[in-house]
Design a protein around this ligand. Structure first.
Ligand SMILES: NC(=O)c1ccc[n+]([C@@H]2O[C@H](COP(=O)([O-])OP(=O)(O)OC[C@H]3O[C@@H](n4cnc5c(N)ncnc54)[C@H](OP(=O)(O)O)[C@@H]3O)[C@@H](O)[C@H]2O)c1
Length: 284
């Protein structure tokens, strides 16, 4: 019998998607979240992983409140970096592969062409710094795969698509949305499929995984409004007009050539993925 897959952060949007994708493929998978496993506890991590003897641990748990990280960098580091070292050590004990999820925030966003996996990292926020330390901790797992992704949305998550939809449901007719940050909106279901495909082909090291194509938050919001058939104007604004505690990368486009080589396909275009998500999440 094949050894199981363990998933941390299983109530999060990506954790749910990974568990669902594993189930569809008939893979045995067990998820845990904060109520049953706090990954900052080395002992709890060890006990879980040693008892389950998984072949794969997918770490979807994280301190993801980007702005809160600015004032709670120590707590963010405990989850996003120190806990990853616990997971790596436990994976090494049982010979498991660690799949760790990282972010476009490890780059400064000052680039003008898509970031490759080996481009220099230079985080400009506390969140980005803790996630970069997490990547380094993941590398101490003898078998590891670090997936950098961006602009996630999916079932059960707190995300941009939900925020726009709520505003429309509340009757908003004018939405002011940042137009000078560029990235690739990415559907957790598509990311989860690619993650399992990467595992299947034995990928290791760092791989960038995002839906195909790029847009701004303004473009993303406009497409959400259009697909929902809402009667609302989306007004472009600048980042400077929308100050936030954490600095956001302006150009967050990730080069996915390595992904394409490894699994033989690109992820679907972001607009198609968004349409699929909205259709699925509108089902009763
Ligand atoms: N969201 C994005 O746009 C985005 C972009 C790039 C990369 N990523 C990365 O993708 C991964 C998945 O993100 P996501 O959007 O699915 O996040 P999410 O929806 O916030 O899920 C993260 C889950 O981890 C849990 N968690 C927090 N601290 C924990 C701890 N100490 N022990 C165990 N579980 C803990 C959270 O619980 P609570 O909710 O109770 O805190 C939550 O259920 C993360 O590594 C994130 O950094 C996300």
């Amino acid at each position: 019998m094949q050894r199981p897959i363990l998933v941390t952060g299983s109530y999060g949007q990506l954790g749910r998607a990974v568990l669902a994708a594993a189930e569809i493929r008939g893979l045995e998978a067990e998820g845990r979240d904060l109520d049953t496993l706090d990954i900052t506890s080395r002992q709890a991590v060890d006990e879980w992983i040693v008892a389950a003897r998984p072949r794969l641990v997918v770490n979807c748990a994280a301190f993801t409140a980007v702005d809160d990280c600015e004032t709670a960098e120590g707590s963010a580091r405990a989850v996003n970096a120190d806990a990853v070292a616990h997971l790596s050590a436990a994976c090494n004990v049982v010979g498991a592969t660690l799949v760790h999820i990282s972010t476009d925030y490890v780059f400064d966003g000052a680039g003008s062409r898509p970031y490759r996996e080996d481009d220099p990292v230079a985080p400009t926020s506390a969140y980005g710094r803790t996630k970069l330390l997490g990547e380094q901790a993941a590398r101490s797992a003898h078998r590891h795969l670090v997936i950098r992704t961006a602009w996630l949305y999916g079932r059960g998550g707190r995300h941009f698509v939900g925020a726009i939809r709520r505003q429309l449901e509340d009757g908003a007719t004018r939405l002011r949305v940042v137009a000078d940050q560029i990235g690739s909106p990415t559907y957790c279901d598509d990311l989860a499929e690619a993650l399992l495909d990467l595992v299947e082909v034995g990928a290791s090291g760092v791989v960038h995984v995002v839906n195909d194509g790029t847009t701004s938050w303004h473009g993303f919001a406009s497409e959400i409004v259009r697909l929902l058939g809402a009667d609302a104007e989306v007004i472009p604004v600048t980042t400077a007009e929308f100050p936030r505690p954490a600095r956001r990368p302006a150009y967050s486009v990730l080069d996915t050539a390595r992904l394409t080589t490894l699994i033989g396909r690109r992820l679907p275009p972001w607009g198609d993925a968004l349409a699929r998500y909205l259709e699925a999440s509108c089902e009763p």
